[in-house]
Design a protein around this ligand. Structure first.
Ligand SMILES: NC(=O)c1ccc[n+]([C@@H]2O[C@H](COP(=O)([O-])OP(=O)(O)OC[C@H]3O[C@@H](n4cnc5c(N)ncnc54)[C@H](O)[C@@H]3O)[C@@H](O)[C@H]2O)c1
Length: 316
């Protein structure tokens, strides 16, 4: 068991490691014994992790960063150092309205293209790419876009209409193309709304629980930032799946209604295509559990405390 675990330790490049998701992912990977190099525009202070300030939208910088030193003290190798064992690509603008739309599209798509191209050409065999559940496209559409069926699984139609989500879908296609051309494993994570450990008792989760009719846009799902780290670790341990897309969400629906009851009430005419767990998140993580063996550790009910704002509501 110990030997099997050791055999999977590696030199892992994380992009966007200074950000919200990246920091949690790095914590999880360090806890599992990996060596990390962080590529980001901004530095991060973390013992034992070097940040190489890198603009991923610049291909030359990406090729250099993936084929260079990991620490100032590391001796120069003869020839090129070996490629990283894996790249976990989180960097990018995480939503619209941070920069003008065209700049978001340019930077997020060019960055992902550059990471996939450089990693594959340098011989990296495993890449994890951050996409988003926004690709399902129920936000920002003209009129009232709805899911066509439940649960929302990875083969559900995707039709994003906003720039951030369109760029994410482009990145999924880029990832698929590179996986097919190089025979690499590229696992795309359609990440749900990321909740940090300190955010369970803030406005978003309060509204998730007490106003579920507002949260079609998140598929009544969330991802704990630490569990996202667990998903990346699970992705590192599983090989040979080629190109895959996984919803990256936690197990449970983000309110107190049994799933079928809520969906029947809000969308009485939308088909439910299979049996679902009583409190399964409609934007389901069943595939990542089945194929990567992911197991969540951070159920929201363990941390949420704002039950008493509405009398009569209490946890099980
Ligand atoms: N936060 C969420 O709820 C959420 C939901 C779905 C998907 N995602 C995706 O997860 C990833 C991480 O999101 P986050 O919440 O940690 O965002 P974040 O803004 O906290 O972190 C992103 C990091 O990427 C870096 N970055 C951006 N552009 C870069 C570039 N050109 N070169 C190098 N570094 C660059 C930023 O400096 C930042 O540190 C993103 O791809 C985002 O789209 C996030």
């Amino acid at each position: 068991m110990f030997r099997a675990t050791l055999a999977k330790l590696g030199r892992i490049v994380v992009t966007g490691g200074s950000g919200k998701a990246g920091q949690s992912i790095i914590t999880e990977l360090l806890d599992n014994g990996h060596q990390i190099l962080n590529l980001d525009l901004v530095p991060m202070s973390r013992q034992g992790v070097h940040t190489l300030r890198t603009d991923l939208a610049d291909s030359g910088q990406v090729f250099n960063a993936l084929s260079g030193q990991w620490a100032l003290t590391e001796p120069f190798p003869e020839g090129l150092p070996p490629p990283p064992d894996a790249v976990i690509h989180m960097a990018g603008y995480p939503r619209n309205m941070l920069v003008p739309d065209n700049e978001l599209f340019r930077s997020n798509t060019q960055g992902t293209y550059n990471v996939c191209e450089a990693a594959c050409k340098l011989g990296v065999r495993k890449i994890v790419v951050a996409s988003s559940t926004t690709v399902y496209g129920v936000a920002f559409a003209q009129g009232d876009a709805n899911y066509s069926s439940f649960p929302i699984e990875e083969d559900h139609d995707v039709c994003p209409t906003d720039t951030y989500a369109i760029a994410k879908l482009c990145n999924e296609r880029v990832s698929r193309g590179f996986a097919a051309r190089f025979g690499a494993d590229i696992y795309v994570l359609r990440i749900g709304h990321v909740i940090g450990p300190d955010e369970y008792n803030e406005d978003t989760f309060y509204s998730y629980v007490h106003e579920p009719e507002l949260w079609k846009v998140h598929g009544w799902a969330y991802i704990d930032s630490r569990d996202l780290g667990g998903m990346c670790e699970a992705a590192l341990r599983k090989d040979g799946l080629g190109f895959q897309v996984f919803n990256a969400t936690n197990d449970s629906i983000t309110n107190l209604s049994p799933t079928r009851e809520l969906l029947r009430k809000l969308f009485p005419n939308t088909p439910i295509t299979r049996e679902m767990e009583e409190f399964e998140a409609p934007l389901t993580n069943a595939k990542i559990k089945r194929l990567l063996g992911f197991q969540e550790k951070h159920k929201w009910r363990k941390y949420f405390t704002l039950w008493d704002k509405k009398p009569g509501i209490a946890p099980d």
